[in-house]
Design a protein around this ligand. Structure first.
Ligand code: NAP
Ligand code: ZN
Ligand code: ZN
Length: 352
């Protein structure tokens, strides 16, 4: 079995370090991708540290990474959608059943048999799937995305998770012209939500706990910025939002944001803090407001988002790092000290 270089965690409290992992030879409709860049999602950190242990316990060694961009190296004999040299991407999923009602609706992320890019059963090699903190990945072409060539690949990588995860709920809830939209948490997901909500024509308000991010939020496209710890500033927006997207990775008071929704307004969670959040009933019943969640997006919708980004020149704001800085990057992500996504230059892994 061929092996490739990767960075893996061996336990919940050990740092990521160099490792060798197996990759299958491309077969059937497989596409083998030489990875150029991989974005660093907070979900990587939650998984590496086994913070979602009750629902998705981590199997070690764990190789995270699901914001993958690279060049197609080889394809299987039946592959028809990609050719060697194409710029290609892989997001959070590598397979699904393709036959259930959710798959048929293009909602592969809700397929009961969906296989995530890492820490899910690998039906080809046994064990679990290994993600993009690696030299190469082999994926069925139905789960490979086409990346517009005009986009910088380092900055486009985060579109594969942070991009689609924010695009999908904004589209689902018809955020656009004439709508007032809030974005809570200006991290990797949040900053993409700001760019998309602005591009779709909404009035965009950012809620942040980090006053130092105010200028950046305005530059990214926000019309207003609210420091969410300031009760007085918060109260000025009471009852006024059509939609709020919550992209916070840790415990926080969602009641404070429910209060800001207009009648029939929606608060959608994309952030996935490890512990349950508490929901004040009156925050929902006064105003017939609703609370919902959203998980990444289907393959078709991911391609639509990428094509939109190609047309409008939308990419993530990235700080490119060598893989050797990944543990430091996790600590900085926990301190909200990243503008606004780390993107790993995988050339650094080949030098190991
Ligand atoms: P991130 O870059 O670390 O951003 C999270 C942001 O949340 C921070 O920048 C910070 O923004 C805010 N925040 C952090 N701790 C906070 C606290 N204690 N109280 C209030 N605000 C806090 O993370 P990310 O990669 O964007 O991911 C965000 C969350 O979404 C994670 O839980 C991740 O697992 C989840 N996720 C979900 C999906 C999905 O499909 N639903 C997909 C990808 C990721 P400010 O500094 O502006 O306050
Ligand atoms: Zn992610
Ligand atoms: Zn299915």
């Amino acid at each position: 079995m061929p092996t490739v270089k990767a960075y893996a965690a061996r336990s919940a409290d050990s740092p990521l370090a160099a490792a060798a992992i197996p990759r299958r030879e491309p077969q059937g409709r497989d596409v083998e991708i030489e990875i150029l860049y991989c974005g660093v999602c907070h979900s990587d950190l939650h998984t590496v540290r086994n913070e979602w242990s009750s629902l998705l316990p981590t199997v070690y060694p764990c190789v995270p990474g699901h914001e993958i961009i690279g060049r197609v190296a080889r394809t299987g004999p039946q592959a028809s959608k990609f050719r060697p040299g194409d710029l290609a991407g892989v997001g959070c999923m590598v397979d699904s059943c393709r036959a259930c009602p959710n798959c048929r609706r293009g909602l592969e992320q809700f397929c009961p048999a969906m296989i995530a890019t890492y820490n899910f059963p690998d039906r080809h090699l046994g064990g679990v799937t290994y993600g993009g903190y690696s030299e190469r990945i082999v994926v069925d072409e139905d789960f490979v995305l086409r990346i517009p060539e005009n986009l910088d690949p380092a900055a486009a990588a985060p579109l594969l998770c942070a991009g689609i995860t924010t695009w999908s709920p904004l589209r689902h809830w018809n955020v656009g012209e004439g709508k007032k939209a809030g974005v809570v948490g200006l991290g990797g997901l949040g900053h993409m939500a700001v760019k998309f909500a602005r591009a779709l024509g909404a009035h965009v308000v950012v809620f942040t706990t980090s006053p130092r991010k105010k200028e950046d939020a305005l530059r990214l496209g926000a019309h207003e910025v609210v420091i969410s710890t300031d009760a007085n500033e918060m109260s000025k927006h009471a009852g006024s939002f059509d939609f709020i997207l919550d992209a916070v990775s840790a415990d926080h008071d969602i009641g404070a944001f429910l209060q800001l929704l207009a009648v029939d307004g929606h608060l959608t969670l994309v952030g996935a803090p490890p512990n349950p959040l508490s929901v004040p009933a009156f925050g929902l019943v006064f105003g017939r407001r609703s609370l919902s969640g959203s998980l990444i997006g289907g393959i078709r919708e991911t391609q639509e988002m990428l094509d939109f980004c190609g047309q409008h020149n939308i990419v993530s704001e990235v700080e490119v790092i060598p893989i050797q800085k990944i543990n430091e990057a996790y600590e900085r992500m926990l301190r909200s000290d990243v503008r606004f996504r780390f993107s790993i230059d995988m050339a650094s892994l080949r030098q190991e």
